[in-house]
Design a protein around this ligand. Structure first.
Ligand code: 5AD
Ligand code: SF4
Length: 449
């Protein structure tokens, strides 16, 4: 039974995004679109008329969470809001979701969410509305223009999809083929964000460094060319990008790290494993050596750059010897921060049907050893920042009175007590303490307005 709120002209909505930053971006665009349709944002899903679950399919746990979230939307009187499942679980499981969870009204894939209003209208007529198209027309052209952002930082999706087909990964199936958004659209969107008060933009893509396009003069450019153009925008102080593939780290992009002041000294460059045999089975199309060479060159261009990685332990066929090679690679690189995961068998991917799946207990044990080393490296990196003078962009309030939390250029969260300063200010500080996940700092001088 649905709630009887349909005639209410001020219908409320809540978008909940899981998973990667691209989902966060998509969730914001959906919220803006629903706002343009006359919906009002509700603080949480408990009493919203419409709830959009913007889902992630990358690992099993993320996908299963969706079903428990759907169950929790049932109210005491047995009614449910209109429920739309969007994102990668929607794309991967399609109409099956509405069969397994009958309270779901709309299932919409990540390339079709610009059609959400029409799908909701169909659902309100009592249909189960499913749209998993990957239409040729870009959803970006159909979405309303970016509205003013209340925060000083924003994501901007510049590229979507993936043609790499790593054998463990669902992304090429859920997000489709690689596409780059046109240069002019990105400049326009970035300007709208800056006009709304944004000072830092993170360029997003599953393979962001595979972005290519043409500048105003019709010259072919890569991500470095886009970053160079964005860096000319007054008011935009910081630029970041994520996630990159090692094979797409072009000479130009590496050089950009040494040349563009607004490009922050941080590179998230997943490696996944440190054994060439496993990398080949993963179809990563790079080797340990080629990865190390990229890191070396990036560090030559920008010696203080922070390096972040993604790791998968327990890929099918991974032996103790292979795992030791991953540990060795971590020792050799020295990661400043990282994300590590147990291999998750994703239906439909080539690795799911490989022999020699690694036992759960072995995977857990390897993950613990790997994370102990990575945590030690992260703590070491944070401690090495103590005593350094640096600049923060203040992003949110801290727990204590007058405390604000900002990000260092190296993407560390830093607490500072700064009465009189506001979110969005940039301040010079000296780092005074380091924990595993955040730093403390003292103010050096007045805010730079
Ligand atoms: N199992 C475990 N981790 C995975 N990732 C992607 N697919 C899987 C999978 N099947 C990880 C990779 C990737 C990150 C976003 O998620 O490390 O870089
Ligand atoms: Fe998945 Fe590999 Fe593409 Fe990354 S590069 S999205 S891991 S297939």
């Amino acid at each position: 039974m649905k709630s009887d709120s349909l005639p209410n002209p001020q219908k409320t909505f809540h978008v909940k995004s899981f998973g990667c930053q691209m989902n966060v971006y998509d969730g914001e665009r959906m919220a803006e679109m629903l706002g343009a349709e006359g919906y009002v944002a509700a603080a949480d899903g408990a009493d919203a008329d419409l709830v959009v679950l913007n889902t992630c399919h990358i690992r099993e746990k993320a996908a299963e969470k969706v079903y428990s979230d759907i169950g929790r939307l049932k109210r005491a009187d047995g009614s449910t809001p209109t429920i739309a499942v969007a994102g990668c679980v929607a794309q991967a499981e399609g109409a099956e979701i509405a069969r397994r969870a009958p309270s779901v009204d709309v299932v919409v894939g990540p390339q079709a969410y610009h059609r959400l209003p029409g799908l909701i209208a169909r659902a309100e007529r009592g249909e189960k509305a499913v749209d998993l198209d990957m239409p040729l027309e870009s959803k970006f052209g159909a979405l309303p223009k970016r509205s003013g952002n209340q925060r000083p930082t924003a994501f901007l999706t510049v590229q979507e999809g993936c043609d790499k087909f790593c054998t463990y990964c669902v992304v090429p199936y859920t997000r489709g083929a690689e596409i780059s958004r046109p240069f002019a659209d990105l400049i326009a969107e970035a300007r709208a964000l800056v006009a709304g008060g944004v000072r830092e933009i993170t360029l997003l893509g599953q393979n962001v460094n595979a972005w290519d396009g043409e500048d105003e003069q019709g010259r072919a450019i890569g991500l470095d060319g886009l970053i160079r153009e964005l860096a000319k925008e007054d008011g935009l102080e910081r630029i970041r990008y994520t996630t990159s593939h090692p094979n797409d780290m072009t000479d130009g992009l590496i050089a950009a790290h040494g040349e563009i002041e607004k490009l922050m000294p941080f590179l998230h460059l997943p490696v996944q494993a440190g054994s060439d045999r496993i990398l080949a089975a993963m179809n990563r199309s790079h080797s340990v050596d080629s990865y190390l060479r990229v890191i070396e060159r990036v560090r030559e261009a920008r010696p203080d750059i922070a390096i972040s990685g993604d790791f998968i332990v327990g890929f099918p066929g991974e032996t103790e010897e292979d795992f030791d090679k991953t540990m060795k690679l971590i020792e050799d690189v020295g990661f400043d921060t990282s994300f590590s995961f147990i291999y998750s068998r994703r239906p439909g991917t080539p690795a799911a049907s490989m022999e020699d799946q690694v036992e759960e207990a072995v995977m857990n044990d390897r993950l613990q050893r790997l994370q102990a080393l990575l945590n030690e490296q992260q703590q070491g990196f944070n401690e090495a920042t103590v005593g350094r003078a640096t600049r923060l962009l203040l992003e949110r309030k801290g727990k204590h009175d007058g405390q604000l939390i900002g990000k260092s250029p190296w993407l560390q969260s830093v607490h500072v007590t700064a009465p009189g300063l506001a979110i969005g200010d940039m301040v010079d500080v000296r780092v005074t303490s380091a924990g595993p996940n955040s730093l403390g700092a003292e103010l050096l001088m007045e805010a730079v307005a």
